[in-house]
Design a protein around this ligand. Structure first.
Ligand code: ADP
Ligand code: MG
Length: 374
């Protein structure tokens, strides 16, 4: 049937995306919250991979947007997790994986990434999945899991596991193998899901302390949680290291001109600068540019081994459904679409090398399938 064909098409598309190491973008529209009940819904899911945003003033036609997946108010945390689960196997296999939540304050980023005790979000679920994979392979390999948590506020990187002495002004470095690390940062080794959850909780608690001392609201800084998994094969002693970087980004809203002065303006400019730097890196990657401007910001510097190359990236664009947020929703959807549009352009231009490479991949897949059948 048509549904089945659509599902197959999507799976095929996702597989190709996997091979291309491209950036996947998922949109999630949250339900209206209590105080919004009088506000009209203008952003709605159309299909498994598209949504539309209506102009609340009805001056323009509503605009469709397409993404790799679209979630709406009926989607559960489990639904979202099940579309992201495979990223954990990638990290276990030694790849670097990055997940972002992008969108204006109140759009549902923290709900998507962390959720709450009653309804945990992606990070605790991915963490649980990681330990179940580790268990599954414990007869042949031994894994160590370490995590660290940083807040990036106005160009200042703060280690949330060392908020007291010397936790500020940390330096981002690269080791000889090209892996990024933060000099003098502390990490925590965790042995099971409860220990990992405790580490998240502790970091969050320290974030509030740090936020108060720096006078920042949590929505105005980036929260970066990093899980490193180091797996040693018991027989060969070979070690593979994978990394999951989970970013709950600062709110993407622009300040209103009337409010923009002094510190508020500086803070907004700093957030804007970091999100543009991230957008520029993603654009360079999707365009296959020779130069990727990782060095333009600490955010992209920190992610430079986890965006592009063999790394896998997933961006959530979180959307409020109501008319009063339509302008910011449009801006966020535009940002997220930038990556997708450029990808499409590459396909249209039939970038011959890329096409040849993918054909080869498909050929190999085909012969592997044939072999499996024999
Ligand atoms: P952000 O982190 O983007 O500022 P939050 O995740 O804090 O936004 O979400 C704002 C509010 O909306 C919170 O009260 C949150 O619980 C609620 N919310 C967000 N997404 C959902 C969802 N998918 N289902 C139910 N409530 C949600
Ligand atoms: Mg938040």
């Amino acid at each position: 049937s048509q549904n089945r064909e659509q599902a197959l098409r999507k799976r095929y598309h996702n597989q190709l995306q996997d091979f291309k190491g491209a950036i996947r973008v998922y949109a999630r529209i949250r339900p209206r919250i209590k105080r919004e009940m009088g506000d009209a819904v203008v952003c709605r899911k159309l299909d498994t991979d598209s949504l539309e945003l209506e102009d609340p003033k009805r001056l323009k036609e509503s605009r469709p947007y397409s993404f790799d997946s679209v979630f709406d108010e009926h989607s559960t945390q489990e639904d979202v997790f099940s579309e992201c689960k495979s990223l954990v196997s990638s990290a276990f296999d030694g790849f670097n994986v990055t997940v972002f939540a992008y969108g204006q304050t109140g759009a549902g980023k923290t709900h998507t990434m962390y959720g709450n005790d009653a309804d945990p979000g992606l990070v605790p679920r991915l963490a649980g999945e990681l330990f179940s994979i580790i268990d599954k392979y414990s007869h042949e390999s031994h894994s160590r899991v370490k995590c660290s948590m940083f807040e990036l506020y106005r160009d200042e990187l703060v280690d949330l596991y060392r908020t007291k002495a010397g936790a500020r002004g940390l330096e981002i470095k690269k080791d000889t193998r090209g892996s990024v690390y933060v000099e003098n940062a502390s990490d925590r080794e965790v042995a099971n899901p409860p220990e990992l959850l405790k580490a998240i909780e502790d970091g969050m608690a320290d974030r509030h302390v740090a936020a108060t001392s720096m006078n920042s609201a949590s929505s105005r800084s980036h929260l970066i949680f990093i899980i490193v998994v180091e797996t040693t094969n018991k027989a060969t002693k070979q070690v593979s290291t994978g990394k999951l970087t989970l970013c709950d980004l600062a709110g993407s809203e622009r300040v209103k001109k009337s409010e923009a002065s002094g510190e508020v303006l500086k803070e907004a400019q700093s957030i804007n600068k970091s999100l543009s730097a991230l957008g520029d890196v993603i654009e360079a990657l999707t365009k296959h540019s020779k130069h990727v401007p990782y060095r333009n910001h600490k955010l992209t510097q920190l992610l430079s081994d986890s965006l592009g190359g063999n790394a896998k990236t997933l961006m959530f664009v979180n959307c409020s459904p109501v008319g009063s947020n339509a302008d910011e929703t449009a801006a966020a959807l535009g940002y997220a679409t930038r990556a997708k549009m450029i990808t499409n352009k590459v396909e249209k231009n039939q970038d011959s090398q890329e096409v040849a490479r993918l054909k080869k991949v498909i050929q190999v897949m085909g012969s592997e399938l044939d072999q499996a059948r024999e």
